[in-house]
Design a protein around this ligand. Structure first.
Ligand code: NAP
Length: 318
């Protein structure tokens, strides 16, 4: 990486979801020079969630409202946030940490990786073709386009069942298609869906193809995984919630990743490289929610401040 025009920081945080914003808040309050580099705008997956009921103390706020409050609070304590920052390369070693981006090159004493995850694709014919024309991964963003329409939701986790319920605010009917005979979503989320008269469920079924015309999606092919029976199912749109993929492409070969492509940071959020931490959805963790992401961020920043102080102590002794 060329060394001209490098901007120097104590802490560079990559990603401004709840994990990155909390890390930024704690680092800035710890009086270390901190910047968050965000690929889009702050909020991460929170921006795709309408009703957040399980962030303690924030009972009546939407995901975007919570992320905005977090962003404002983090900036208020002096953390810089650079939006629309496309990172092209990273150099991460114990002694040198450089991040190259279309907004310049950044050097840091500490890097906190909070790149989160993105929605997994079904990878079936028609998915790419009709993306934005009836295929969606974000009910909050696209739900309102489907007033009085018939929708299919794929998946059986918290996202599918919760967002399927949210979509009934707009749609005439929502059919959740799940490959097993039971959901893995939290019970309270399931109960709410089962009680909703606009929701029906098709079990043991996958979607091998999405069909449409030049205006958008018109139907999906459904395949029963027990009988192998296939049929076409008419709908105006399909929302896909089949899990999350960690955003770790930048770090392949530069940091230890596990089989799932996630970063195995320990309870102090440390990775295998001194001074590099991983927080939130991008790390291997038993619970992926805004509150656990924020918790990870606060731990990483606190440990990182101690690490920066130890570097300073070493310099003074030399
Ligand atoms: P998830 O928990 O990984 O669930 C993915 C679902 O998609 C599973 O039901 C899975 O089926 C199904 N699936 C996976 N690949 C498929 C394929 N190719 N075809 C058809 N179905 C497929 O993902 P998520 O629901 O997005 O949740 C991700 C994380 O965020 C979780 O930790 C969740 O708890 C958290 N989250 C929390 C909340 C909340 O607290 N309110 C809301 C949203 C998400 P199987 O069940 O058969 O594996």
């Amino acid at each position: 990486m060329p060394n001209s025009n490098i901007r120097e920081y104590d802490v560079v945080i990559i990603g401004a979801g709840p994990a990155g914003l909390a890390a930024g808040l704690y680092a800035a309050r710890g009086n270390v020079k901190t910047v968050i580099l965000e690929k889009l705008i702050p909020g991460g997956q929170l921006n795709n969630t309408q009703d957040v009921e399980n962030y303690p103390g924030m009972d009546h706020m939407t995901g975007p409202q919570i992320s905005q409050a977090m962003e404002e609070q983090t900036k208020r304590f002096g953390c810089e946030i650079i939006n629309n920052c496309n990172i092209t390369n990273v150099e991460l070693t114990a002694n040198k940490k450089l991040i190259a981006s279309d907004k310049g090159i950044f050097s840091a004493k500490v890097v906190i990786i909070a790149t989160g995850s993105e929605y997994k694709k079904l990878q079936v014919p028609g998915e790419k073709e009709y993306s934005g024309k009836g295929v969606s991964y974000c009910a909050v963003c696209d739900g309102a386009f489907f007033k009085e329409k018939e929708l299919v939701v794929v998946g059986g986790g918290d996202s599918a069942v919760e967002e399927g319920t949210f979509l009934t605010k707009f749609a005439k009917k929502v059919t959740i298609v799940h490959r097993k005979e039971q959901f893995r979503a939290e019970k309270i989320i399931q109960d709410r869906a089962f009680k909703n008269p606009k929701i029906s469920v098709i079990w043991n079924t996958v979607v091998p193809e999405i069909k449409g015309d030049n205006l958008g999606v018109t139907s999906v092919k459904l395949k029963n995984v027990i009988t192998n029976e296939e049929k076409d199912f008419n709908c105006d749109g399909i929302f896909i919630y089949v899990g999350l993929l960690p955003n770790t492409q930048l770090f392949k070969g530069k940091l230890d990743l596990n089989e799932a492509g996630r970063i195995d940071s320990n309870e102090r959020m440390e990775t295998n490289i001194p001074g590099v931490y991983a927080v939130g959805d991008v790390r291997e963790t038993p619970l992926r929610q805004a509150v656990t992401a924020a918790s990870d961020g606060s731990i990483a920043a606190t440990i990182a401040i101690g690490y920066i102080e130890s570097l300073h102590d070493k310099m003074v002794k030399k």
